[in-house]
Design a protein around this ligand. Structure first.
Ligand code: ATP
Ligand code: MG
Ligand code: MG
Length: 406
C-alpha cells in the first residue's frame, strides 16, 4: 500500500502549511513519555513546535519539547487550557479521558486521531467488538462478569485461557493466564477482581508475532511500513526484527489486515497493528495502538521517514513520507529495568557502554527519573546489511550478561 498523492483533498488544513518554516502551528501532545520525547526529536529537525502536557516535571519529553505544561492529561480544565495553545491535539497514550476529548472536539478542537478512535481503542473489549464487526480475523473473545462466566468461557475456549482487563492495559499489565479452571480465581484476582471490567481471549499458539505501523494522512491516504517481527518476554516487547522473516504471502496478508483495521478508524496519525501469525498461515489481529509504537522505533535509523516524523506529517496534513527501509535490516532491543534504583541504572549503563562500541548501533535513553523493574528505560537499534548480521551483533553485545535474543 502506498501513500496517495491526492493533495487536492479539502481535508488538508491549508492553514497548517508553512509560512516560513515547515509548519508554524503548535502540535499538542497529551502525555510526555518516551514516545512524546521521540516525537519532539523528530519535530526539532523540521523546527515543528511540539508542546506536551504531563504531570511529571521531569517527564522524558520535558527537556526536548518546545514547551511543557505540567498538569494532568485527564483533568478537563487543564486540557482545555492546554488545547487553547495548540492547533492540533494528539496523544502519546490512549488512556486519556475520552469524554473530555469528545467535548473538546465539539468545541472545535482539532484532535488527531479522533476521539471516536481513542474511545474504541482504549477499551480492549470494545476494540475487539469493533474489529470483528469489520470482518477482521481475531482470536475468539468474550466478556466475563463473574467466575461462572469465566468457567463458561474456559469450557468453550479451552485452556490456557487469556484473561484481560478491558482498560488501562499496557506492557502486559492487564493480562493474566489461567492454565486450568482452578487457576481462574487467581488470574481474576491478579487483575484486581471483577470490580475491574474483564474479558477473555482464546489462547493463540502463534508461531510469530508481527506488527505493522500504518501512517494515515488527513486526506485518508494510507502508507504502511514493512512488516516486523516482535518478540515478547513476559508480555513485554523485548526485541523487534525488521523486516520480518516470513514469506511474501504472509507479509501481504499482514499489510492487508493492518490496512483494513486502520481504515476502519477515524483521524490522522500513525497506528500500530499488532498481529499473531498462526502455524497454518493465518494472521489474527491482537490490538491496535493509535500512536507511534515500540515496534516502530527501528524506523528512526532504518527508514527514510521515521514513525515519529510520519505522525507529525499526518496530524499536520503534510504529505506522508516514504516508509520504506533504507538499510537492509534492523534489530531493536528494549532496555528494560532489570533492578530497582541505582543497581538497575548500573546494569543498563554497562550494556549501553558495550552498545557504543557496536557498529551500526544507536543508543536511545529516555531519561526517566526513576528506574523500575521491567520499565522501558531506553532502546538500542542496530542496523546492518542482513538480519543475520544484526542478530549476531546483538547476540555478541548481550553475551557478557548471558542474555539470549530469542
Ligand atoms: P502493549 O504493551 O502492547 O499495549 P498489552 O498490555 O496491551 O501490551 P497485549 O498486547 O494484549 O497486552 O498482550 C501482550 C502479549 O501477550 C502479546 O504481545 C502476546 O505475546 C501475549 N498475548 C496476548 N493475547 C494473547 C492470546 N490471546 N494468546 C496468546 N498470547 C497472547
Ligand atoms: Mg496494549
Ligand atoms: Mg500489545
Amino acid at each position: 500500500c502506498q501513500a496517495s498523492t491526492d493533495t487536492n483533498d479539502t481535508s488538508f488544513r491549508k492553514d497548517y502549511l508553512p509560512v516560513h518554516g515547515v509548519s508554524e502551528v503548535i502540535v499538542g501532545v497529551l502525555g510526555g513519555g518516551q514516545l512524546s520525547r521521540m516525537l519532539c526529536q523528530a519535530a526539532s529537525e523540521m523546527a515543528i513546535k511540539v508542546m506536551v502536557l504531563d504531570p511529571l516535571v521531569n517527564c522524558p519529553a520535558s527537556s526536548i519539547a518546545y514547551d511543557h505544561m505540567v498538569g494532568s492529561f485527564n483533568d478537563s480544565a487543564t486540557v482545555q487550557e492546554f488545547a487553547k495553545r495548540c492547533a492540533v491535539l494528539t496523544v502519546d497514550i490512549e488512556h486519556v479521558d475520552v469524554a473530555m476529548m469528545e467535548k473538546l472536539e465539539q468545541q472545535g478542537v482539532d484532535c488527531q486521531p479522533k476521539a471516536s478512535t481513542i474511545r474504541i481503542i482504549q477499551d480492549k473489549y470494545l476494540q475487539k467488538v469493533h474489529f470483528s464487526r469489520q470482518g477482521i480475523p481475531l482470536p475468539d473473545f468474550m466478556q466475563i462478569d463473574d467466575l461462572e462466566g469465566a468457567k463458561w468461557a474456559g469450557d468453550l475456549f479451552g485452556y490456557p485461557l487469556m484473561l484481560k482487563s478491558r482498560r488501562l492495559a499496557y506492557d502486559g499489565r492487564g493480562n493474566a493466564v489461567a492454565k486450568n479452571e482452578v487457576e481462574l480465581t487467581s488470574a481474576v484476582n491478579a487483575l484486581g477482581g471483577f470490580a475491574h471490567d474483564l474479558y477473555v481471549e482464546k489462547w493463540t499458539p502463534f508461531v510469530k508475532e508481527l506488527a505493522v505501523i500504518v501512517g494515515r494522512g488527513r486526506d485518508n491516504s494510507i502508507s504502511c511500513y514493512p512488516v516486523v517481527e516482535t518478540i515478547h518476554k513476559e508480555n513485554i516487547c523485548h526485541i523487534v526484527k525488521a523486516p520480518a522473516h516470513v514469506p511474501w504471502k504472509i507479509r501481504k496478508l499482514a499489510i492487508d489486515v493492518a490496512h483494513k483495521a486502520v481504515s476502519s478508524l477515524e483521524g490522522a496519525g500513525v497506528f500500530a497493528v499488532e498481529l499473531f501469525l498462526t502455524k497454518d498461515g493465518q494472521i489474527l489481529l491482537n490490538e491496535v495502538a493509535p500512536r507511534p509504537h515500540n515496534s516502530g522505533h527501528h524506523t528512526i535509523e532504518s527508514c527514510y521517514t521515521s514513525q515519529f516524523e510520519q505522525h507529525l506529517r499526518a496530524v499536520l496534513g503534510l504529505p506522508l513520507g516514504d516508509p520504506s527501509m533504507k538499510t537492509p535490516a534492523a534489530i531493536m532491543y528494549n532496555l528494560l529495568g532489570e533492578d530497582e534504583g541505582e543497581p538497575g541504572f548500573q546494569l543498563a549503563h554497562q550494556l549501553i557502554g558495550r552498545a557504543l562500541n557496536v557498529q551500526g548501533a544507536a543508543v536511545h535513553w529516555y531519561d526517566k527519573p526513576e528506574m523500575r523493574k521491567q520499565r522501558k528505560m531506553g532502546h538500542i537499534t542496530i542496523v546492518g546489511s542482513s538480519v543475520g548480521i544484526v542478530e549476531a551483533q546483538l547476540k555478541s553485545m548481550l553475551k557478557e550478561e548471558g542474555s539470549e535474543t530469542q
